[in-house]
Design a protein around this ligand. Structure first.
Ligand code: CA
Length: 417
């Protein structure tokens, strides 16, 4: 890839290089609309549209004035890619179109410190997979049989369940520690109260860009045409509530009190250059799950915990490339029975754990069920997440001097009532 430079000053370590050009929804005073990001600025897309900079693309009037990106994303890749490529062109150093109009430059570029970011999409449906073999093996080892940690279906099916879209919230929105039933000292009588085992799950979620008809299956070959991009996803979990409730139908109130996402959607196209081979799948998968070519993404992921008024401690460094099941297989499996998808759906990966103890994607694994507490830089320990802790997840790809990042998803945990 050729190194392109922008006429906008961008720190080389910025997640929002000119190769990224993500999409999100910003708020400045009473103004709400679609934006992209470049260095420390957001780009007001409605302003550029109103001044004719997208005239070469078939865009509906006011498409960037909505409070979510669903309508824009639903225009399909031919349009959304054209918009992204046009933004890259407009901000490239050699291009004078926008650069030479100082009024338009000043009006379309807004400092990130002057705005807030909102939920990028209205999420009609949310599915959570369980696609990291390291995570599934760790959980199986802790709660079942270390010699048979994976259940017999695991290497044949990208296991998943349907989650709750109403409680998906954007970075910066606090969550109150949830209350619920937990297993009591007498196994037959539950306890009730605030969870004592609040945990994060480091995940990424892809977002679909089309409404399909019931009965339509999306093949692994077609899957990428239906995927707009990714966000970072923190699937908050209350482990003690989960243990009591999950048999036989899986997680319920242990998960549906909140999931946090990063505000910028990074397009599949921006991440094309860091794709890598997927792990070998053994045994061979069924034909409808077969893929060819590079389907995994080399994205560095990090989790930090920041106590109130204290320093952040990095507790995990993982990578999205470890996933055993890739997004093509997840979407093909999800729709093989004819289940329809909708614009804005989120499909989370499942906890992304790496092979080493410092790359696990949840406190459950990092502190190994509470037996190996994590040391914080302020001298305290964590087995799970405390009240007034802020959990921060970050993700970025970097190759050949080109960086494409996600920014962060950051959530403060408030005490229970
Ligand atoms: Ca999860």
């Amino acid at each position: 890839m050729n190194i392109t430079t922008s006429w906008v000053q961008i720190d080389p370590k910025s997640d929002f290089s000119i190769y990224n050009i993500p999409f999100g929804i910003f708020k400045r005073g009473t103004q709400i609309g679609a934006a992209s990001a470049l260095g420390n600025h957001v780009i007001d897309l409605d302003y550029l549209h109103s001044k004719g900079y997208f005239n070469s693309i078939q865009l509906p009037d006011g498409i960037f004035k909505h409070s979510t990106l669903n309508n824009f994303i639903g225009l399909g890749k031919s349009i959304t890619n054209a918009v992204r490529n046009r933004i890259i062109a407009l901000f490239t150093e050699s291009n004078q179109e926008l650069q030479s109009n100082k009024t338009d430059c000043a009006n379309c570029l807004i400092k990130m410190t002057e705005i807030d970011m909102l939920m990028p999409v209205k999420v009609p449906n949310y599915t959570d997979f369980y696609s990291s073999i390291e995570h599934a093996t760790n959980v199986g080892t802790m709660f079942r049989d270390p010699d048979n940690a994976l259940l017999p279906n695991w290497r044949h099916i990208p296991v998943g369940y349907h989650g709750r879209p109403s409680s998906i919230i954007v970075s910066g929105t606090p969550i109150k520690r949830p209350k619920g039933q937990t297993k009591g000292p007498d196994a037959a009588v539950p306890s009730f109260g605030p969870t004592q085992r609040l945990d994060f799950e480091l995940e990424m979620a892809f977002i679909t860009n089309q409404n399909t008809n019931l009965g339509k299956s999306i093949s692994t070959q077609e899957a990428e045409d239906y995927i707009f991009g990714f966000v970072l996803f923190n699937d908050w979990s209350a482990r003690d509530i989960q243990v009591w409730e999950y048999v036989p139908l899986g997680p319920f109130l242990s998960k549906n009190f909140g999931s946090s996402v990063s505000p910028w959607i990074i397009t599949l196209e921006a991440l094309e250059y860091i794709k890598v081979e997927s792990p070998t799948q053994d045994p061979k998968v069924l034909p409808y799950l077969e893929v060819s070519g590079k389907k995994n993404f080399n994205i560095n992921l990090q989790v930090g915990i920041k106590p109130k008024g204290g320093q952040e401690t990095i507790v995990s460094n993982s990578n999205f490339k470890y996933m055993y099941w890739n997004i093509n297989q997840q979407l093909a499996h999800h729709t093989v029975n004819g289940c329809n998808v909708e614009v804005g759906d989120m499909y989370a990966s499942g906890t992304i754990s790496g092979p080493t103890e410092d790359s696990y994607g949840s406190m459950l694994e990092l502190a190994w069920k509470g037996t190996k507490p994590i040391q914080m830089s302020d001298g305290t320990e964590r087995r799970f997440i405390n009240d007034n802790d802020t959990v921060i997840m970050r993700g970025y790809a970097e190759k050949d001097g080109i960086r494409v990042g996600f920014g962060e998803v950051k959530t403060l945990i408030l005490p229970s009532d």
